[in-house]
Design a protein. Structure first.
Length: 326
């Protein structure tokens, strides 16, 4: 029975074997193991293996008797995600030196090409240079900076891929997931860490319980950019489906609510309304009001999503959302 004495691997060392099987396969394996166990010497097994088989056998007996066995909480096994890439673009000239983050090389080049087209007049008049920049992003960048990037002595750029490291282990998440309570959350907030920009290749971020939030000025986009990275979140934040509850607000407006108490997806309601006739639409809206998905502006009668803090109608109304009465 060498299979029972095989070396034990922790989740830190390799993926949990169960992640390669669906629940019905695991059910079959457990029952097969219990049946085989009846025919071997228990001393051939480790204490942990004996405990697992005892629990499995008790569960089988309880199942046959129509009873509910009492065991520790069930868990969900979430396999580690493969590593990804982010493209870092650094561009400098006599007036600025900026770093931006991009999901792929094409989007980084598109950003760089946008800048190049805005200063194309620097090249106009030189031999072989057209008055209008090429529509192809790569060609525009190549012509402006030169094949060796030596056409502009006071300007330049670096573009390179950077590996996004992920936790190379299987997460074990309780199926009866509960978000950290008040005391745990307060402690995590107190332990939050700020990582400043150290050099030209970093961006500042805040880390709370493993969640990284980057906030920086992006002159290329002409905006303040905010990027949230959840792959490194602590296990206690991860739900059984592998997601982390997230609620994003700007001022008093909720832009995203994927929390436990988050409102239903607004796009689903819109799809239902778009597909409904007049009678169906009235019924859908009435159900949405009862469910708290919509609220009606008392001034202009515009129907607003529950997460809207004020009226979002097409006019200048902007009446605050009425407080709910008990």
């Amino acid at each position: 029975m060498g299979i029972f004495n095989a070396a034990q691997h922790t989740p830190e060392e390799s993926p949990v074997i169960a992640t390669f099987f669906n629940p019905l396969d695991i059910e079959c394996l457990v029952k097969t193991a219990v049946e085989l166990w009846e025919e071997i010497d228990p001393s051939d097994l480790s204490e942990h293996q004996q405990d697992m088989l005892n629990r499995a056998r008790d569960a089988m007996f309880a199942e046959h008797a129509g009873q509910q066995p009492s065991f520790p909480e069930a868990v969900s096994l979430i396999s580690p995600r493969s590593a990804g890439q982010a493209w870092m673009l650094r561009r400098w000239d006599r007036h600025e030196d900026v770093v931006t983050l991009h999901g792929d090389e094409d989007s980084a080049l598109a950003d760089l090409a946008t800048y190049v087209r805005g200063v194309w007049d620097n090249l106009v008049g030189e031999a072989g240079v057209s008055e209008q920049p090429p529509t192809d992003d790569r060609e525009a960048v190549r012509l402006y900076y030169g094949p060796e990037r030596d056409y502009q002595p006071d300007e330049g750029y670096d573009l390179y891929a950077k590996e996004i490291t992920r936790r190379g282990r299987t997460r074990i998440v309780p199926l009866n997931y509960r978000f950290p309570g008040e005391d745990e959350s307060e402690q995590a907030n107190r332990d939050a860490t700020f990582h400043p920009q150290i050099d030209d290749y970093d961006l500042p971020c805040v880390e709370v319980d493993g969640v990284l939030v980057f906030s920086y000025l992006d002159p290329g986009a002409g905006a303040v950019r905010v990027s949230v990275h959840l792959d490194s979140a602590e296990d206690r934040l991860v739900r059984p489906d592998g997601t982390v509850p997230l609620r994003v607000e700007v001022e008093d407006n909720v832009l995203l609510d994927d929390s436990a108490k988050g409102a239903p997806k607004q796009d689903l309601l819109n799809k239902l309304l778009d597909a409904a006739d007049d009678r169906q639409e009235q019924a859908i809206r009435e159900a949405a009001f009862v469910a708290g998905v919509l609220w009606r502006c008392p001034t202009c009668q515009w129907d607003n999503p529950d997460e809207a803090a004020c009226c979002e109608g097409p006019g200048p109304c902007r009446v605050p959302k009425p407080k709910k009465t008990s």
